[in-house]
Design a protein around this ligand. Structure first.
Ligand code: UFG
Length: 350
């Protein structure tokens, strides 16, 4: 009797590849808050089982075609959010095969599996890396796409692939090009946990907390106000909200589309380092270092398109809030997860 009552209220199932990862897990929380049921598909190589808290977990690898076909047929999701993939620029230069295999071949298997179940709409995580080096202040979706590393090339390849699958199999999709995802869940239930960590904010926090030696500043001779690279840091909770909006847009019958997701404000590496020192309450020891290969001088989003079509706006992406939530998670992670990777031995990247 009671089950009959709930039959009509069953939640929409959303398949989330890479849902055990950083942005994926925050999006699962947002999906759950929005009344949907995320089902995570993840090989747990980069993702964490502890980060899957808001729905089921199907452990599997997109390179295992039979497995993703089986999961798609079993779950029959109404929508899909596709995060799974590798995302380190430097590694993609030294090991391009890993990127083409995981990011591109893996996505072919996923899209084929979705075609078997009548092409539910897909939200795809792309990256502003696809723009390469630009000379515009604010990057809109109309700026030419010219990746300068294999990681960016694989993201561009999947964007093209999605268009082709739409023509052949009616697979509607939204491409989200993120700028620099940062910060952590306000409740500190989940957060950024890469191993090894390569991102600026967690490394600067580790350095300020005394868990790492001096933070290397990669390049102090860029043509910016203080000589360091400028990036657009977008809070992961704002990114998660954009995914839910993009998905709802497609579930409501919207056409395929493409959006940049950033805060629309640029901060230099030194400005970020200063904010970390202020919020942690102890200055970040730094050491000037050579430029990191593949780093463009400046990447800042024009966010007008997402604001207009998705009615999305970043509300958590003030730099101090990004750093404060990242710092809170850093402390929680040590306590709650007894995370050994935060020791100086693990985080010493010098
Ligand atoms: N940086 C340092 N020292 C460090 C780490 C980073 O100076 O120890 C600098 C970088 O050179 C860069 C800035 O801090 O100028 C931000 O670097 P991150 O590594 O935090 O982020 P990236 O901009 O390199 O890359 C991130 C994601 C990519 C994505 C890209 C889009 O990791 O997947 O944002 O800009 F493609």
């Amino acid at each position: 009797m009671l089950s009959n009552l709930f039959d009509g209220l069953s939640m929409k199932k959303i398949l989330v590849t890479g849902g055990a990862g950083y942005i994926g897990s925050h999006t699962c929380k947002a999906l759950s808050k929005a009344g949907m049921e995320p089902i995570v598909f993840d090989n747990l190589v980069l993702g964490h089982q502890w980060a899957v808290k808001w729905g089921g977990l199907e452990v599997g690898d997109l390179l295992d075609r039979d497995r993703i076909v089986d999961v798609a047929k079993k779950v029959r999701p109404e929508g899909v959010i596709h995060f799974a993939g590798h995302s380190c620029v430097g590694e993609s230069v030294s090991d391009p095969a890993k990127y083409w295999r995981n990011n591109v071949a893996g996505t072919i298997n996923l899209l084929d599996a979705l075609v078997y179940i009548n092409s539910p709409p897909v939200v795809f995580s792309s990256s502003c890396t696809v723009y390469g080096i630009t000379n515009v202040d604010l990057i809109s979706e109309n700026v030419a796409v010219e990746p300068i590393n294999p990681y960016g090339e694989t993201k561009r390849a999947v964007e093209i692939m999605l268009k082709d699958y739409e023509v052949a199999a009616d697979l509607r999709h939204i491409v989200l090009r993120y700028f620099n995802a940062a910060g952590s869940d306000a409740d500190a239930e989940i957060g950024e946990s890469h191993n090894p960590e390569t991102h600026l904010i967690p490394l600067a926090i580790a350095s300020a907390a005394g868990d790492m030696k001096a933070l290397k500043i990669f390049g102090t001779d860029y043509s910016t106000a203080d000589g360091t690279c400028v990036r657009d840091y977008i809070h992961v909770t704002d990114l998660a909200d954009a995914h839910v909006r993009a998905l709802n847009y497609l579930l409501d019958g919207g056409d395929s589309n493409l959006f940049n997701l950033g805060a629309g404000v640029g901060y230099s590496v030194r400005e970020v380092v200063d904010a970390v020192g202020r919020i942690v309450g102890s200055p970040v020891p730094t050491e000037p270092s050579v430029r990191r290969p593949g780093d463009p001088t400046r990447l800042v989003a024009d966010t007008g398109h997402a604001r207009e079509i998705l009615h999305w706006k970043p509300v958590n992406s003030d730099l101090d809030n990004i750093v404060a939530t990242a710092w809170r998670w850093y402390q929680m992670r040590k306590q709650v997860l007894s995370w050994p990777g935060l020791g100086a031995d693990k985080l010493d990247v010098s």
